[in-house]
Design a protein around this ligand. Structure first.
Ligand code: UD1
Ligand code: UDP
Length: 380
């Protein structure tokens, strides 16, 4: 049987985490010739993931420029991916989610007549400005893809309502759960790795994170840039004063729009710990040990419920309403007062905390990649 050439193209931290388990699932099968091209829309944060999962890309476009805007990324990805596709001539290109890399790659494939499979398809807010530009990006990829791998039934319903053919949609669960469980098993299996991670995180934080109560914070959404980030930081600063016995751990995204307000407003608080982005293994340990998560991230809304942690999401809408309905995630927006009120309530109200911590994870069982591979095998 001739092998099918599959080219995976991704560029940011979350895409790499969610494509890593799929890469290995495809690589195990002799009927596929899998190649990886990274755009490196992110550089350091992508490399952290590639190292953890031991993935050496076949092609590294190394496109990141500090302070790049959306047009810089989209145009540079399109031009570079055009060359890659011309040389590689893949049978199928797999893209993930809603980044500029995913949209620009899918668009280039469309112009060049190359079929696209979309991993984490069908997520929607139907508000083109929130998240911006991700809602636009994923709708564009959804128009182009011929295979749509949706994490949950809701994604399928969204695509059907948009007129996508039922036969091209596959409910698989989210590959993030596969990657997360794989990593947890690896940590669990190695005493040595546990010790290394404990020492690494302790030296980054300067306190015993396995015993002290802490809230884990991340944030990077474009729609929160400017006033949104200022009010988020002011809320965290107020909360740190109100709860001196709680620690606030914040690995700060490398985007300068995030770095500048966070460092300016949150430096010099004894119980706020600003640290560099952590490699995935350490970050997963922190999710496991935190009291709860305060974030505007997409992926963490899926991971934290899997680890039994409540999540307060600093956004007004989410394309992941499943965990909100399940009761583990609450949307709190980016206003200072609402963040303070919701964090305080979750710290003070044990019953609420227990309810949120014991709801179930709606995003998958760790077999998403197996299902995707089975589809790719059967479509010939
Ligand atoms: C991108 C994605 C967003 C995703 C997020 C994950 C788009 C439009 N947005 O947003 O969907 O949720 O990644 O984090 O694709 N930087 C570094 N080193 C890095 C990474 C970023 O220095 O390793 C800095 C650079 O100055 C870079 C800037 O961050 O120019 C912004 O990166 P960019 O990929 O344009 O946007 P994100 O906000 O990270
Ligand atoms: N993450 C990480 N180190 C960190 C912060 C986050 O490895 O310091 C992981 C996190 O577990 C999740 C992913 O990065 O899998 C989320 O990335 P991000 O929030 O940047 O993007 P989004 O998911 O919002 O697209």
């Amino acid at each position: 049987m001739p092998t099918k050439k599959i080219l995976m193209i991704f560029g940011t931290r979350p895409e790499a985490i969610k494509m890593a388990s799929l890469y290995y699932a495809l690589k195990d099968r002799s009927e596929f010739n899998v190649r990886v091209c990274v755009t490196a829309q992110h550089r350091q944060m992508l490399d952290q993931v590639l190292n953890v999962f031991n993935i050496i890309p076949d092609i590294d476009l190394d496109l990141m420029k500090p302070g790049q805007d959306l047009i810089d990324v989209v145009t540079s990805v399109m031009v570079a991916v055009r060359t890659v596709i011309s040389i590689e001539r893949p049978d199928l290109v797999l893209v993930h989610g809603d980044t500029s890399t995913a949209m620009a790659t899918a668009t280039t494939c469309f112009f060049m007549g190359i079929p696209v499979g979309h991993i984490e398809a069908g997520l929607r807010t139907y508000d083109l400005h929130s998240p911006f530009p991700e809602e636009f990006n994923r709708q564009v990829v959804g128009k182009i893809a011929s295979l749509h791998f949706v994490p949950t039934k809701l994604g399928r319903d969204n695509l059907l309502n948009e007129g996508v053919k039922d036969s091209s949609i596959f409910i698989t669960g989210n590959t993030v759960i596969d990657s997360l469980l794989w990593l947890l098993n690896r940590i669990e299996a190695s005493k040595e790795l546990k010790t290394t991670l404990y020492n690494r995180i302790t030296s980054a934080l300067g306190f015993d994170w396995t015993s002290d109560k802490f809230i884990l914070i991340t944030g990077h959404r474009r729609e929160n840039f400017g006033d949104g980030f200022i009010s988020i930081c002011e809320a965290i600063s107020d909360l740190a004063k109100k709860y001196p016995n709680v620690r606030f751990v914040y690995p700060v995204h490398l985007n300068p729009n995030v770095q500048v307000p966070v460092v300016k407003i949150l430096t010099n608080h004894t119980n706020i710990h600003l640290i560099k982005p952590l490699e995935y293994e350490s970050f997963v340990c922190l999710i496991k040990h935190c009291y709860f998560v305060l974030t505007d991230s997409g992926g963490i809304q899926e991971e934290a419920p899997t680890l039994g942690k409540p999540v307060l999401v600093m956004r007004d809408v989410t394309e992941r309403p499943e965990a909100v309905l399940a009761g583990t995630v609450v949307l709190v927006g980016a206003s200072r007062d609402r963040i303070i009120a919701n964090v305080s309530e979750l710290l003070d109200n044990t019953k609420l905390y227990e309810r949120m911590a014991h709801s179930h994870n709606p995003y998958g069982d760790g077999y998403a990649c197996k299902r995707i591979v089975e589809v790719l095998e059967t479509i010939g």
